[in-house]
Design a protein around this ligand. Sequence first.
Ligand code: MG
Length: 364
Amino acid sequence: MDLKPYAADPKKTKGRCFQEKKSPLRNDFQRDRDRVIHSVGFRRLMYKTQVFVNHEGDMYRTRLTHSLEVAQIARGICRSLGLNEDLAETIALAHDLGHTPFGHAGQDALNECMRPYGGFEHNLQSLRIVDVLEKRYLNFNGLNLTYESREGILKHCSKKNARILGELGERFLNCKQTSLEAQVVNFADEIAYTVHDLDDGFRSGILSFESLIKLPIIKEVFEVIQERDKFSKSQIMNECMRLLLYKLVSDFTFQSKATIQKENFLSIEDVRKHKNQAVGFSQQIKDCMKIIKQYTHKNLFQHKKVVEMTENAKSTVFKLFDYFEKNTNTLPQSYQKKENPYLGLCDYISGMTDRFAIDLASKL
Ligand code: MG
């Protein structure tokens, strides 16, 4: 890997909370990635919703396939920019670990239940999974990931919680940046869900072919497809999605490369100290993305079928929370936290897969 001076370098990592012997075969970021892949939290992503509830159909994205797509996009971009692919891959694979069942609906519901007790932040929960909840090692709890992986996983954090996180929380208080690798993953996330929400929306029959081909970028790529009559609508839409993805990734990569060169960063610390994020889309693509997001929001997320799924999902979380709040003694032993029962309650509910949550709620 030909790394630029501003890339994250595993040899210069700020290290792990618990000292460990170095591996002779893998660098620290590769080890982090492998730890995430072997974790229980990662496997659970397979049965957690992205937009469509897991049992709605087998061809939709789940949190697992979404995370793999984010990792793939982020790695490609990092390779073009001379950044560390292993670190980006780790962050991407772990970025949604703390998500509740039922996607954003589940997250909103749990946050609402937790509002009187400090709220629920899924980014913080992702960090809690890799720092505390995974139990795979004899000498420590959690996965004992490097500082750089943990920094990337904690994408957002309230100031209140940032104050108790030490060095990791400082950037939220002092408006500092993360590594470029973590910044790239945030955009890879946005690219992945922008494209796959449209794709899944089309496959589900909710988003029409005719409305999709009027969208910016898609209209442009649609019009250059030759002999369109020869192909089915789904073949053409696959091609449009492929080209949309390519356009977003290439715009982001060229735009970011130009900005990084202009800033003349000499180290990762220069990146962290910089006043803004150094990567992003061109203004033209930003405008297009805004229109696509408004379209998806109105036509997919507010669609009757999706709203119905969302409402069912929320009521499942409300039911589970209500029951276990009143009956904390019925939580599995490892989730019973006398000193802070709500922490155990959140760990339990947020760790559930869609089908486990539905099954359990139906028995209460
Ligand atoms: Mg995501």
